[in-house]
Design a protein around this ligand. Structure first.
Ligand code: SAH
Length: 236
């Protein structure tokens, strides 16, 4: 594991700059550029993230804006962080891996289940045409919407609802990514996957496996990727 300290020298320098110049949010983004570059090198490139577009998106997207303010210095560390309501934002590596597995080229319509902080949606937004994201906890959905709007994202639509049933109105989707773990792959998501599309999803209760399902000539091919730990898919 590569642990990156949240209190390193660069971060302290960064805080001093913010105070001195009273910089606005957009520019604060750049003050974390060093942290992001290090995150990409040590946590992603050093492992198995090779998709240039994914690496670029991870290098550009201001993850610190999606975590609680008091945890900002840890935003680029190699672990998940709490985002309230008992939920977490995934470790950067897992976000990158799941995104890479979608094999996006830029023209796709993608569905995300489990908006959480909105960070994964922001990463997707730079890599495809449209993102539709569903979150079951209303306060999280509203907060993510506000964060994404403030950060200037225009191709993301957030909805509060039970993602188990997908989002039929906008189906089929060229890619579907699920960031909470159901016991079994939800049938509606398989139905809402377009031909040739990938569904990336953690499956299981006690122990979980990250899976990628691909629709080929109407049939599903399933691959097991790695063991993972995700919050369970809720069913309210
Ligand atoms: N992708 C998120 C991480 C989310 S953690 C990010 O980038 O921050 C998983 C999220 O799934 C939690 O916010 C949880 O509330 C949500 N969730 C759980 N069950 C769900 C369901 N049935 N439908 C939609 N969202 C669900």
């Amino acid at each position: 594991m590569f642990f990156v300290s949240g209190c390193n020298e660069d971060t302290q320098k960064t805080s001093a700059h913010v105070k001195e110049e009273n910089i606005v949010t957009e520019q604060q983004t750049d003050l974390f550029e060093g942290d992001r570059g290090r995150m990409v090198r040590t946590q992603l490139e050093a492992r198995d993230i090779t998709d240039r577009r994914v690496l670029d998106a991870m290098r550009k997207t201001p993850r610190h804006l999606f975590v609680p303010e008091k945890l900002r210095d840890e935003a680029y560390s190699d672990y998940p962080l709490p985002i309230g309501e008992g939920q977490t934002i995934s470790q950067p590596y897992i976000v990158a891996l799941m995104t890479q597995l979608l094999e996006l080229g830029g023209s796709e319509k993608v569905l995300e289940i489990g908006t959480g902080s909105g960070y994964q949606a922001a990463i997707l937004a730079g890599l495809c045409r449209e993102v539709y994201t569903v979150e079951i906890i209303d306060t999280l959905a509203k907060r993510a919407e506000t964060t994404l709007k403030a950060a200037g994202y225009k191709n993301i639509t957030v909805r509060t609802g039970n993602g188990y049933i997908g989002w039929k109105e906008y189906a089929p989707f060229d890619g579907i990514i699920v960031t909470c773990a159901p016991a079994e792959v939800p049938q509606p998501l398989i139905e809402q996957l377009a031909e040739g599309g990938h569904l990336v999803i953690p499956v299981g209760t006690f122990s979980q496996e990250l899976k990628r399902l691909t629709k080929i000539n109407g049939k599903i091919r399933e691959e097991s990727i790695i063991p993972v730990v995700f919050v369970p898919m809720l069913n309210k």
